[in-house]
Structure formats: C-alpha cells, structure tokens
Design a protein around this ligand. Structure first.
Ligand SMILES: [Zn+2]
Length: 179
C-alpha cells in the first residue's frame, strides 16, 4: 500500500472542510438570515423547533409538562420545577447577546468560509465593531459558533437553525441514493 504524503492528506482535509462550509452556505435562507428571521421572536421559534422537534422538554428531567413564563421568557418544568431558557446548555448558554445576533453571526461565519475571506471578515475587532459589542464578547461569539458549526454533518444547533434549506446534494435529481 502506498503511503499518502502528509501534505496531500492536509490538502484533502482542507478541501473536505471547504465543501462542508459550501454546503452549509447553500442551505442558508434565500435573501439571508436577516430577512428570514426579522426579529428575536422568529429566531426563538426556529431555535426551539430545531432543538425540540417533538415539543419542549425539561433540560433537567426530560419532562414534557412545561409552562412558559412570559415575563422572563423562561420555561418551567411542572415536575421538577426547573426553570430554563431555550438556550440553556446550548452553545448560547448564558449568553447576554440576543439570539438574533447569534443567527446573523452564524450566517456571516458560514459565508466568510464559503467565500474564503474568513481571515479578513472574521477579525474579532471588526466583528465587535459591526455588532456593537466588546472585543471579548465578539471573540467568544466567534469561537463558540465555529465550534458549533463544525459539528457534523451540518453544524450543531445554531448551524441547523440557520441552514433552513435542504442539503444541496439531496436536491440533485441525477444522483442515485447510494452515492
Ligand atoms: Zn424537569
């Protein structure tokens, strides 16, 4: 068996990673995240549906009997009394940033990688300026999102939330299902 040189392996890995970003890019909403999710509420609805497709579950006991505390936008489990937000235990756990900012930044990170200008566009300082947040907050946002979006196959919760369209390959009618 011939050994594949390290530099080729690296090149292949980079190529696969690029294809993955590109796939996610093609799954972003037409017209962009800002138009598809015009306010925090629409982001909350989408995030909740992605996280709990069968209905909200208590993050502590898994119970399904939960009440919505509108005043605090929190849920409370009727069984174990646990109060939790929809982002509890997720990538945006305890974040003070608006959920919509997470969505917008996720789109930006995906687009930057797909367009291969991430080094320019995803500088902590420029993100901080664009979002009107501090540099540490921008850095945390970016690091957490890249980690989430790097989960297979199409990102973690944030990735799945902003990637609203079908996977590009499954749309190709000439491709057999085995491929
Ligand atoms: Zn519970």
């Amino acid at each position: 068996m011939t050994r594949i040189p390290k530099w080729i392996q690296r090149k292949e890995a980079n190529k696969l990673e690029y294809i993955r970003w590109m796939e996610m890019f093609l799954m972003l909403p037409e017209g962009g995240v800002r138009a598809a999710f015009p306010n925090t509420h629409s982001c909350r609805v989408r995030f909740t549906a992605v996280r709990w497709p069968d209905g909200i579950e208590c993050v502590r006991c898994g119970g399904r009997d939960v009440a919505f505390l509108e005043k605090w936008t929190l849920y409370q489990c009727r069984k174990c009394r646990k109060q939790f937000s929809i982002t509890a235990g997720s990538v945006a756990h305890r974040s003070r940033l608006d959920l919509r900012m997470w969505f917008i930044a996720a789109e930006e990170i995906i687009s930057a990688h797909a367009n291969r200008n991430e080094d320019v566009r995803l500088h902590g300082h420029s993100m901080a300026k664009r979002y009107g947040i501090s540099y540490p907050a921008a850095h945390r946002l970016k690091t957490a999102l890249i980690k989430d979006l790097s989960q297979q196959p199409a990102g973690g919760l944030m990735g799945a939330s902003v990637c609203v369209q079908e996977r590009p390959l499954s749309r190709d009618p000439n491709r057999s299902p085995q491929e």
